[in-house]
Design a protein around this ligand. Sequence first.
Ligand code: SF4
Length: 89
Amino acid sequence: MDWRELSSCRGMDPELFFPIGASSSVAALDQIDEAKAVCHTCPVMPECLGWALNVAAVEGIWGGTTDAERRALRRRRARGDRAEASTSA
Ligand code: SF4
């Protein structure tokens, strides 16, 4: 079974997960909070986040994160990989 079939957002309006306008506007921040609240009830949040982290160009809220938060997670992961490689070499 595909993890998407178990998602809490299944059947919801996808627009909720793609905030429009400036990401710092009150409306966008409210929408992001609302989408993240759905994600935090989702039984497949880890799978969703893992997928979104591996798809660099994906926008919107996935796995309870914004695209900016995923970029930060990818940078941290890359730094961790480099540190691990330098200690094992
Ligand atoms: S974590 Fe959020 S975006 Fe991902 S499947 Fe679940 S509800 Fe949908």
